[in-house]
Design a protein around this ligand. Structure first.
Ligand SMILES: *[C@@H]1O[C@H](CO)[C@@H](O)[C@H](O)[C@H]1NC(C)=O
Length: 246
């Protein structure tokens, strides 16, 4: 993949640079079952650029991600919730790729139990992972390929036994096309403010801090996906919570 730093790039490369910038993306919408929440509970990032520093507080909920969203979404423990990524603001078209430009990588979803989802800052929260799709070697399919095939949507199940209350839902895609160099992985995340209804009496699963959960040298962060040695992929962060354990 070409970089766009040289002043002496040919016109064809410039065109590619333009499309690369356009390939950036952000999670913007959510839904639950038949309810479309659109962007009403997302802490919308200021633009579609990635975070690249795994130690930055911006890794929690993106740049400006401590600022409250317009409202809350609702979800029921044990039911489906979806997050939705697109390249351009408010463009939910299925004909434009959700995240294009060979931005291949995993898709991950975390949740955090908080006192008030409109004021929780994310970076001091404890996050448990509820969903992930990395790479299926047999079909050579990445999590981002699955997003593109599904109009940007990733649906997951809210753990059935978590207690009722306020949560932040953190949706993330990691683009690995430049991840062969340290600092080259691109992290795209948004946080959603969600009120979970539940009759569950379970514990809040143990979690990790973000930043803190990833290191720049993790095998799933520093990786040459175009190298001849690439065969499988290790998704960064903790394992997805096992519903039977809490
Ligand atoms: C979603 O919200 C955006 C921004 O407010 C708006 O432009 C768009 O029309 C809404 N889409 C739907 C389907 O409600």
């Amino acid at each position: 993949m070409k970089t766009c730093r040289s002043a002496l790039v040919a016109a064809s490369v410039l065109a590619q640079c333009t499309s690369l910038a356009a390939a950036h993306a952000f999670f913007q919408q959510s839904g639950s079952g038949s309810v479309d929440y659109n962007s009403s509970c997302v802490r919308m990032p200021p633009n579609n650029s990635p975070v690249t520093d795994v130690s930055s507080p911006n890794l929690a909920c993106n740049v400006g991600g401590t600022k409250a969203a317009a409202g809350f979404c609702e979800a029921t423990a044990g039911s489906k919730f979806s997050v939705e990524m697109h390249s351009q603001l408010n463009d939910r078209s299925c004909t434009n790729q959700a995240i294009g430009g060979n931005h291949f990588g995993p898709v991950l979803v975390y949740m955090s139990k908080v006192d008030d989802a409109s004021t929780a800052d994310g970076a001091s929260a404890s996050w448990f992972k509820v969903d992930e799709f990395g790479y299926d070697a047999s079909s050579k399919t990445w999590g981002t390929d699955k997003l593109n095939a599904n109009c940007g949507r990733r649906e997951f199940t809210i753990p059935a036994k978590i207690p009722a209350g306020d949560y932040l839902v953190r949706a993330e895609a990691i683009a690995l096309h430049s991840a062969g160099q340290k600092g080259g992985a691109q992290f795209y995340m948004s946080c959603f403010q969600v009120k979970v209804k539940s009759t569950g009496t379970g514990q809040v699963p143990a979690g990790v801090k973000i930043p803190g959960a990833y290191s720049a040298a993790d095998p799933g962060v520093l990786i040459d996906i175009y190298g001849s040695g690439f065969k499988s992929y290790t998704i960064p962060g903790p394992a997805v919570v096992d519903q039977s354990f809490f």
